[in-house]
Design a protein around this ligand. Sequence first.
Ligand code: SAM
Length: 285
Amino acid sequence: MKTDNLSSPAVIKNILAERGLMPKKGLGQNFLIDKNILRKIAESAAEDGNRRVIEIGPGLGALTQALIEAGLRPACVEADGTLEEHLRDFFGDDIDLIFGDFLKIDTDSLFGSEKATVVGNLPYYITTPIITKLIENRDKVKSVTMMIQREVADRLRSAPGSSDYGSLTLFVRYYCDVKSVVKVSRNVFYPVPKVDSEVLKLTMRDTGAVETSDEKLMFDIIRSAFGKRRKTVLNALANSEYLLWTKDFAAKVLAKTGIDEKIRGEKLDLGDFAALANTARELLG
Ligand code: SAM
């Protein structure tokens, strides 16, 4: 690895100019220029005890450099092939490089026998699909330390009843422990994006956060409740394309679970949804 500081705006501008590159808006290329925050992200990844880490979206390599400085060996997946020469010149054999869209990549070839530590500062528009893909591969993933738009981070931490609370919150909370690593101002990126961020660490749980006899049914109930947020929970569950329940059946499930049919689904927590799924499973046989 070369020694220039990749979080320095002057170094970044120089590399871009020398290589004839421009930050690509469509790929969310806002480069982090705060060494302290980069160090905190690297420390969060290092806590797992894995030497090999998977970095999604290395860009020019500011976080990659911090990961190496923390004693880690990054395997980087980058969608932008025009960064290849720079990354190979700068890091040499200190990293593994894979070019492609992380969302399309075959995870079997990426994840090894140990549960992987994943880290990334990624475009906001792919936060949800990336988190979803990693949770779907949770048997191969230990944790994900990820830069997330502040509003989305708020959603993942929000409580029942708040406007931020939604099915993504419950999906992530069921499968992961969620911890804030550091809040990040928009001013520590080049170029400056329109929103503030936060780095969260999602650690995959060995078992779901609540006990349910039917996970799929629980998430179908959650999707139904939040798909029709403004309806009462009875109407949301009785008019759901995911459940196909009659109104009588939905009323019965709610009554037997001890949940008021007139409240809105967004007032319910994971435990309530698990209880609803358990009752429905029992009644459905
Ligand atoms: N890690 C660098 C940093 O912190 O300065 C760059 C971060 S920049 C916000 C996001 C990076 O992710 C860009 O380099 C972009 O090309 C890359 N990227 C965007 N979509 C991607 C995808 N689907 N798969 C892999 N990389 C992607």
